[in-house]
Design a protein around this ligand. Structure first.
Ligand code: GTP
Ligand code: MN
Ligand code: MN
Length: 414
């Protein structure tokens, strides 16, 4: 039986990167509700400075790091970053077992429609909201409106809606990693292909597959990405790809844009042959329900749900891929894959950056900046007092430079 001594013993540290945050914790009944409110806030006012969404996220993070189930509101008040609005939601759940605000959001058609539209690859909150305000409610409303000029990624997103809104299983991620690795080895023996992102943090499903490619010998990674893509294309394994060149400029680390990263990388959609994955399909219902709301979908506790029920129904049946033969049932499943290339000298920072979670990285960067006078990116760590870069050959080195206890990937799920 866990004893609730931690709040007496020592207060929870302020930065998420100072804490241990696992996928499974004691307060899902609160955090799923807060995650939904975060998502909803992101739909209302899109943009990078979405402080409301961030406030819900931070409150949820504090609850995730708590070593026992929260049982009273006074205890919540003592936790860091739990704002007034989040406190009210927590109180409602403590008292009534659910949040009326969350229930109302789920009952309205705004949230549902926004989830549907932002589920389209290439569609963000701004576009989705514009469509909602125009009166569109279904994917067919979008498909059938000839006045919309959809971008290439959005067209693919509509065609492959069902595929891309079915969670990627770990088994599928492993298959894709093997596939990429075998091409990489043919081109540059000794190169490494590592599964990062949520899977590295222990998730069993995700929205995509994040693969970090490198080579122990600096420079041998140069040109590798385009060569790999050419091979994959040659084998007809890509449904979509968009590559960005390496725009990394060491002098930019002190400027504001330092949080963006500049690796050579590719956002793609793989064609994963159905025969390879037939035994690994994973449409299992989630064990999570935000505060009394019944939902189907992913078991990822980070996300409220992906509206699979809605999307399947609204997608209007199984879409066959429309490039070329419109009638043939396709033999593959579309899977989102991010390929990133990092040179050996930046590998440790890239690994931390692409392992996530996104919020964990955010807290790492803030911690580095405010507590250590250092600038952290997915490329380097720069000491702004000593005016020097701090080289790292492992993730442990990165944490060591920041004078933080090392956190395993599974402990970075905030
Ligand atoms: P799911 O894919 O939804 O399962 O979760 P995930 O945690 O894997 O999320 P995602 O694939 O979006 O991102 C994986 C990690 O890469 C996260 O830590 C992100 O912060 C990071 N990431 C994503 N895009 C970028 C980017 O453009 N630059 C940097 N530096 N990191 C990024
Ligand atoms: Mn991912
Ligand atoms: Mn990704």
């Amino acid at each position: 039986v866990p004893v609730a001594t931690e709040s007496i013993a020592e207060p929870m540290p302020k930065y998420e990167c100072q804490r241990i945050t696992r996928l499974k914790h004691h307060n899902h009944r609160f955090t799923t509700a807060l995650a939904l409110l975060e998502e909803h806030a992101g739909y209302l006012q899109s943009g990078k400075q979405d402080s409301r969404a961030l406030a819900f996220r931070k409150a949820a993070c504090s609850l995730k790091a708590l070593h026992h189930p929260l049982t009273n509101i006074e205890e919540a008040r003592k936790l860091p970053h739990i704002g007034r609005h989040s406190l009210e939601v927590i109180q409602d759940i403590l008292e009534d077992g659910f949040s009326r605000e969350v229930q109302d959001i789920c009952d309205g058609d705004f949230y549902e429609t926004m989830q549907l539209f932002t589920g389209i690859f290439g569609v963000g909150a701004t576009t989705a909201r514009k469509w909602y305000e125009t009166g569109f409610r279904t994917l067919d409303d979008i498909r059938n409106d000839s006045t919309l000029s959809l971008k290439r990624d959005q067209k693919i997103g509509l065609d492959l809606y069902q595929d891309l809104n079915t969670p990627v299983s770990l088994a599928e991620a492993d298959i894709i990693q093997d596939l990429v690795n075998s091409e990489v080895q043919k081109l540059q023996p000794g190169a490494t292909v590592v599964l990062t992102g949520g899977f590295r943090r222990g998730k069993t499903e995700g929205h995509d597959v994040d693969l970090l490619i490198s080579h122990p010998t600096e420079g041998k990674e140069t040109g590798l990405l385009s060569a790999v893509l050419a091979r994959l294309r040659g084998k007809d394994l890509l449904a979509y790809e968009t590559m960005s060149a390496n725009t990394y400029d060491p002098s930019s680390v002190s400027k504001k844009e330092y949080t963006l990263d500049h690796f050579e990388r590719c956002f793609s959609i793989f064609k994963l042959d159905k025969s390879l994955i037939s035994s690994t399909q994973n449409a299992k219902p989630t064990s999570e329900s935000p505060a009394g709301v019944v939902q189907q979908g992913t078991s990822n506790p980070d996300r409220p749900h992906q509206g699979e029920e809605v999307s399947l129904e609204r997608a209007g049946g199984t879409a066959s891929f429309s490039e070329g033969d419109k009638t043939a049932e396709k033999t593959w499943v579309g899977r989102r894959v991010d390929l990133i290339i990092a040179p050996a000298s930046q590998y440790a920072y890239a690994l931390v950056g692409w392992t996530g979670s996104k919020h964990f990285n955010r807290s790492l960067r803030l911690y580095a900046d405010h507590e250590r006078n250092m600038k952290l990116t997915s490329h380097v760590l720069y000491d702004t007092v000593k005016h020097q870069y701090l080289p790292a050959s492992s993730e442990e080195d990165v944490f060591h430079h920041l004078q933080l206890p090392y956190r395993e990937p599974a402990e970075r799920n905030c």
